[in-house]
Design a protein around this ligand. Sequence first.
Ligand code: DAH
Length: 358
Amino acid sequence: MDSQEKLRDEVLKSVAQAQSLDTLEQIRVGALGKKGSITGLMKELGALAQEARREAGAALNRLKDEIEGAIHSASSELKDKELTRRLAEERVDITLPVEVETQGRIHPISQTIDELTAIFGEMGFTVAEGPHIEDDFYNFTALNIPPEHPARQEQDTFYLPQRQDGSRRVLRTHTSPVQIRTMLSQRPPIRIIVPGRTFRSDHDATHSPMFHQVEGLVIDKASHMGHLKGCLIEFCRAFFDIDDLPVRFRPSYFPFTEPSAEVDIGCSREGGGLKIGAGGDWLEILGSGMVHPKVLENCNIDPNEYQGFAFGMGIERIAMLKYGIPDLRTFYETDLRWLRHYGFVPLDVPSMVGGLSR
Ligand code: DAH
């Protein structure tokens, strides 16, 4: 075997064995580069006689073509292999479930407000708001609670310092003043709910100095006690998600409604646990009534032409009942473990998640 043939075998063998494009490039430079073995042989051609040079030159050119061809196909083979490897390795599994961002939680108060707003929203109510610091007029007097009225004492009011004219503003003790503000600024028909903060000087496992209520007010020419009942039965059943939840209207007294009724839902207290919806027991959850004619008059609405109903309830209370939260004070302790346990995942309305370990 002459030296050319030996060289050919060597080069083609290493091309066949090359595992990377880098190695191939080294082989190419080693054979065909400026100082490469084939290039070296080309340079030696000059020393040959014309006839021999032509022959040897042609043979070298064939060898050169052959090596170039072999490198080229080896290189595209390696590129193919590399691409196949990357496609396999970097494949995205589009069937994998999306990882839900579970960092934030919606507080049960916000969740409950969202839920009741959605239910009353379906019934055509819109949301109204009012200030936390109220004049005596809106919080009491216009609601038919005159200065000497005993209801004022019952409400454990927070008073602000006396003003120059002797009046004292209050932290609203209920959301009912927003009824007055709405009736004074809007003409009937009115159909609002008022979720918001309320304040009373009281603190134990079922009372907090700051808590939330939702008020409802309907004023038009035709709404009567039957509408009040239908609306509140519907709300209770939708909110607690129990189609046949027993709902009872019990005569009661509020200065701003006549007649007035407290609303109870059916429950059982057997075995120490409270179960909503079944059993022979009752649980009070809200106050309601037909808006008192004096309240309408205080808002410049003619009680001979208009009537309607109102209701009010504690948001913490219905949240505690629905979600089994035992202590009211924990709502405001800003304990993240509590929030992870009782809070709600955004967009995943309204399932509870987690537990203390998460
Ligand atoms: N304001 C009452 C309270 O805080 C709740 C209430 C009862 C509101 C009856 C009403 C109503 O609008 O009609 O205890």
